[in-house]
Design a protein around this ligand. Structure first.
Ligand SMILES: [Zn+2]
Length: 287
């Protein structure tokens, strides 16, 4: 099978089944192949995401071109999703390059600006069949340089219906106590707030800052309405650990061939991807 799928194709079904579809940020082609191979082995749908920094210049040609070319080789549903766009130009560029889904992140903007730009994203995406995620409240955390960014604003359940109606988005990222990046101390998710949001939300809910969140809390969140579960930092740490093992291998065997050199790196990344897929339990949708 397989042309790219959208969040609309996957998340409402996940919501009914109380499972989540994992979303992984893809930094390079090694990520794309490792994530797709692992998701196929696990028979799980998967969302391949990309951040603006990795799409700069020809980055978008490599990631979008690769995913669109290889997705038909797998018989699992695959979404290609732009993560955290904060301007409309990035949204247009992703749509032009065949992304099947985009996130507009107005979480650091004033409420009305968030509404207006999220609605504009929907207007641009809809004619292309592209799904749209937006964020209400703000998931703060650390950026890739380790600097604190944003300020946590928990999502107010009372704001959800008006926001979704005014924007027309297909999925909503909510702030319930997670943070982006690596935690200094384990978070405590506000599951009651999540339940209240899920009870009124017309669209499925998304959790950012999934990395490092204790597994029991992630399971609770999925049970109570999280249908898309984003992972960046845990894969980055797994990649670094695998890369260190690859370096050690080259030190011991300087003539090692490239496939042998990549093996520890890919194995480490795949193990992390597999763990997150099993945590999200979306593979239950396909079995
Ligand atoms: Zn995020």
């Amino acid at each position: 099978m397989n042309t790219l799928r959208t969040l609309r194709d996957l998340l409402p079904e996940a919501r009914k089944s109380h499972v989540a579809v994992p979303g992984f940020d893809c930094v390079s082609d090694v990520y794309v192949r490792t994530i797709l191979d692992t998701a196929q082995e696990e028979r799980s749908p998967v969302i391949l995401m990309a951040l603006g920094r990795d799409l700069a210049g020809r980055g978008i040609n490599y990631i979008a071109g690769l995913v669109r070319a290889v997705a038909p080789c797998y018989d699992i549903p695959v979404v290609l999703h732009l993560d955290h766009a904060t301007d409309i130009q990035s949204v247009c560029r992703a749509i032009d390059h065949g992304f099947s889904s985009v996130m507009f992140d107005g979480s650091s903007m004033p409420y009305q600006q968030n509404v207006d730009l999220s609605a504009r994203t929907v207007e641009l995406a809809r004619p292309h069949g592209v799904s749209v995620e937006a964020e209400l409240g703000c998931v703060a955390g650390s950026d890739l340089g380790g600097k604190r960014v944003g300020q946590t604003v928990l999502t107010e359940p009372d704001d959800v219906v008006a926001f979704v109606r005014a924007t027309g988005v297909d999925a909503l990222a909510v702030s319930i106590g997670t943070e982006h990046g690596v935690y200094a101390a384990a978070p405590k998710l506000d599951i009651e707030r999540l339940q209240a949001i899920d009870a009124v939300s017309p669209v499925p809910l998304v959790m950012h800052g999934g990395s490092g969140t204790p597994e029991g809390q992630v399971r609770e969140a999925i049970r109570h309405g999280i249908t898309k579960f984003n992972v960046y930092a845990d894969c980055r740490l797994a990649l670094n650990a695998g890369f260190a093992r690859s370096c050690e291998l080259i030190r011991q065997r300087p003539d090692e061939l490239p496939d042998g050199v990549f093996k520890p790196l890919v194995a480490s990344l795949a193990a992390q991807v597999r763990a997150k897929i099993r945590l999200a339990r979306a593979h239950a949708m396909l079995t």
